[in-house]
Design a protein around this ligand. Structure first.
Ligand SMILES: Nc1ncnc2c1ncn2[C@@H]1O[C@H](COP(=O)(O)OP(=O)(O)OP(=O)(O)O)[C@@H](O)[C@H]1O
Ligand SMILES: [Mg+2]
Length: 197
């Protein structure tokens, strides 16, 4: 399956989601490619740090392709069970080409009213590409604070707007905020995401 992780807003947990999902899928025996389409190169930098560190190589491949013709480039990647495209904040031309290249889009979102309000630009892009590529998209609530009401509130707002939200929620945890440059842990909430798609 080809999956894009997209939210035009910065800092929405896109890269964290891409890397942890890739790790989960790899551990199930899949050959996984992460395409870093962000000119900032966060996923690429993450994999570089990991390979230089003591934790060992990532169990999947990461390549950088910050380009606007991802549709063509993805078609050239052979031999992978799953391709996950991490997309940049902004750069709508790159994000559009990522959305055109996949079957499924995960939109990570922190459950805060401002984040929900700022979803419109990402959803606008999804609407724009729909005639060419009717992708399935789902919202994944991330950085969910335990014992708060915000996830419930975001869920009901998104439901009222007619947007699909995964049951799985990714909690706010240091394990995730300190994971850059390391091999993502197994046994996190991310393991359940693919099964829900
Ligand atoms: N579940 C989580 N718990 C705690 N911290 C998190 C979680 N998910 C992401 N973070 C942290 O939030 C910050 C933003 O995450 P990340 O870099 O994945 O977002 P992004 O959408 O890729 O950002 P950008 O738009 O800049 O590419 C990072 O510091 C990351 O470590
Ligand atoms: Mg990122």
């Amino acid at each position: 399956m080809n999956i894009a992780i997209a939210n035009l807003k910065g800092g929405a947990s896109k890269t964290t989601t891409a890397m942890f999902m890739a790790a989960s899928l790899s551990r199930e025996g899949n050959k996984v490619l992460v395409i870093d389409s962000d000119p900032q190169g966060s996923a690429l930098g993450w994999s570089e740090e990991a390979s230089l560190g003591e934790g060992g190589e990532l169990p999947f491949t990461v390549i950088g392709l910050p380009v606007r013709d991802l549709q063509k480039r993805l078609a050239q990647q052979q031999g992978y069970d799953h391709i996950i495209v991490d997309t940049p904040p902004g750069y709508p031309d790159i994000v559009r080409s990522a959305l055109l290249a996949v079957e499924t889009v995960i939109v990570p979102l922190s459950p805060a009213t401002v984040e929900v309000a700022r979803l419109s630009s990402t959803l606008g892009l999804l609407q724009e590409i729909e005639p060419q590529n009717p992708v399935g998209f789902v919202v994944l609530l991330t950085r969910v604070r335990k014992g708060t009401n915000s996830a419930k509130l975001a869920r009901s707002t998104l439901k009222d707007l007619g947007y699909p939200v995964l049951e799985t929620e990714i909690p706010l945890r240091e394990l995730f905020s300190n994971s850059y440059g390391t091999v993502p842990d197994a046994g996190t909430e991310y393991d359940a995401v693919f099964g829900e798609l």
